[in-house]
Write a protein that binds this ligand. Sequence first.
Ligand code: DGL
Length: 270
Amino acid sequence: MAVGVFDSGLGGLTVLDALVRRLPQVPFVYFGDNANTPYGTRDAEDIYRLTTQGVQRLFDEGCDLVILACNTASAAALKRMQESWIPPGKRVLGVFVPLIEALTERQWGDNSPPREVAVKHVALFATPATVASRAFQRELAFRAIGVDVEAQPCGGVVDAIEQGDMILAEALVHSHVEALHRRMPKPEAAVLGCTHYPLMEDAFRAALGSGVQVYSQPELVAASLEHYLERHPDLIGAGTETLFLTTGDPVAVGHKATQFLRRRIPFRAA
Ligand code: DGL
């Protein structure tokens, strides 16, 4: 047993990296659905089908707890999975809530009514499917009032990162930030609402300019999981092996992952 970490591809590694740094004693099993990436241009039904398949693979590997380190899956599939699919004794958590709690100045699990918060103009950068789901705005509305969210679907960025074309990814980031600026010239905060985007964080910061607070998920999710495991230590299980699984070509995926995280990441076929 171990804690499972799911993503459509390489992006979840940004979360995994933060998890390993914060919780070095916990074994993690990573599953990247690289054969089917990107999810962000698929419809909700497709995302649900692929996400449940991948999460099932992690359950089969002995994980009782799985983190969906993918905003697109968290936005388009998690609610339906929690309502009707997750078997007893298993848990699946998404990556939105820790981010929104940070943005709305809340402690973990503070479910008090929505209130005014300091930040009023928020730019959300995410995949087309995440933006279309409006899941971010829904979760935000449970916690805050009076926050103006302008969402920018960042078509092509995940694809470029998965192909290893960082020059194209950077050019796309600049053009998406420019498009956002036309509708919201002065955001106070920017949310990188896709786990691939921390790999392009410098490009987002450069395009946004100084004075914009950038919220990136990996550290927030890691802190939140640490609190969660303090309350549910039984969900870690007794396993000791960290594994990296992919539906893609393990050699090619391992090569790109090693480049991104600057340490050897040995993938095997899922
Ligand atoms: N890392 C996924 C996310 O956080 C990317 C989704 C995709 O495959 O398009 O949304």
